[in-house]
Design a protein around this ligand. Structure first.
Ligand code: DAH
Length: 341
């Protein structure tokens, strides 16, 4: 027994391979179920009892030394080329990159709309989301009994009928006209709030970009050309627009603008419901009452205004069919959008 222990001990000390598969084979040979040391432990049972103490200690020392040696060599073997090595130890592995965030599709579209009008000389005009009745309705020529003031559409703050969440960013147009004299060219991006049931096509929070141009001699033709420019920049050179008569209290005449469907090229598809046209915004010539309310002389100046829903434009642009996706902030959805803007 003594000789066996000695010879195994010297084998353990002499073994020096750093190749993982060899270290493992050595471990099995020594310490496996049928390993030499394991068998020796079995044999120990037959040792006369007066020698048990001595051999017991020597055997235990041999086993610990063997375990220690195997552990040492495994440690040293990490990173040896040509062998499977633990991933944490492979110095040649590329580092983990931090995933780059992407801009929200609504921000991307909003920034593009702003950038398009910026090329026509428009600057950004912002204002508060919590507004007073005057800036959202009163100054914009909404008669007191106008249905849009109804509780159905508007969120009021603390039961005070004068303080509310803006239902459109036209309130910023009012603020711009109150504080500046023409020429005024502003775009008003921002969040708006309406008391609507949430569905695939409506939400109680959404985003708008509205625009306003007031100067001497601004005409309907100027408006049409500016909006056509926007449509071409946004939906492609081939895009055309048409205007349908409409009504807004703050513009006269007013129109709804449709752009030729960019998906079917005007032939008719399920997105444009077979019409070949997609509604993108409302617009009109600023009502003289509104100019007067804001301290601008309607005898001298005229202007046009327009307003569009950013979610709607984004849906048309990206072919997203459910508006709620924009609010859920699921990264699997958001990371599909990339933009330089
Ligand atoms: N404010 C309108 C809305 O919320 C959109 C709009 C229409 C804005 C015509 C305008 C405009 O400035 O001239 O639906």
């Amino acid at each position: 027994m003594n000789d066996k222990i000695n010879s195994l001990l010297s084998r353990v000390e002499a073994f020096a391979s750093k190749i993982p598969s060899e270290v493992e084979a050595f471990r099995v040979e020594m310490l496996g179920k049928k390993g030499l040391i394991t068998l020796l432990m079995e044999e120990f049972k037959t040792v006369p009892s007066e020698q048990k103490r001595e051999f017991g200690q020597r055997l235990n020392a041999l086993k610990s030394r063997a375990l220690e040696r195997v552990a040492e060599l495994k440690e040293l073997s990490d990173g040896v080329a040509g062998e499977a090595t633990p991933l944490s130890r492979d110095a040649t592995r590329p580092g983990t990159t931090q995933p780059l965030g992407s801009r929200h599709p609504i921000s991307i579209v909003m920034n593009r709309i702003i950038a398009t009008f910026a090329r026509l000389g428009y600057v950004i005009a912002e204002g508060p989301e919590i507004e007073d009745d005057y800036h959202v309705f009163g100054a914009l020529n909404f008669p007191p009994e106008h249905p849009a003031r109804d509780m159905q559409d508007t969120f009021f703050i603390q039961r005070d009928p004068d303080i509310l969440l803006r239902t459109h960013t036209s309130s910023n147009q009012v603020r711009a006209m109150e504080t500046q004299q023409p020429p005024i060219r502003v775009v008003c991006p921002g969040r708006v709030f309406r008391n609507e049931a949430i569905s695939y096509r409506a939400h109680c929070i959404f985003h708008q970009v509205e625009g306003l141009y007031v100067d001497e001699g601004v005409s309907f033709a100027d408006m049409k050309q500016s909006i056509l420019y926007f449509a071409k920049e946004f939906f492609g050179e081939g895009a055309t627009i048409r205007m349908r008569p409409s009504y807004f209290p703050f513009t006269e005449p007013s129109a709804e603008v449709d752009v030729s469907c960019n998906l079917c090229g005007g032939k008719g598809c399920n997105v444009c419901k077979g019409t070949g046209w997609l509604e993108i915004m409302g617009c009109g010539m600023v009502d003289p009452n509104v100019l007067r309310n804001c301290g601008i002389d309607p005898e001298r100046y005229s202007g046009f205004a327009f307003g569009m829903g950013v979610e709607r434009i984004a849906m048309l642009l990206y072919g997203v069919k459910d508006l709620r996706l924009y609010f859920e902030n699921d990264v699997r959805f958001l990371s599909q959008f990339q933009s330089a803007l």
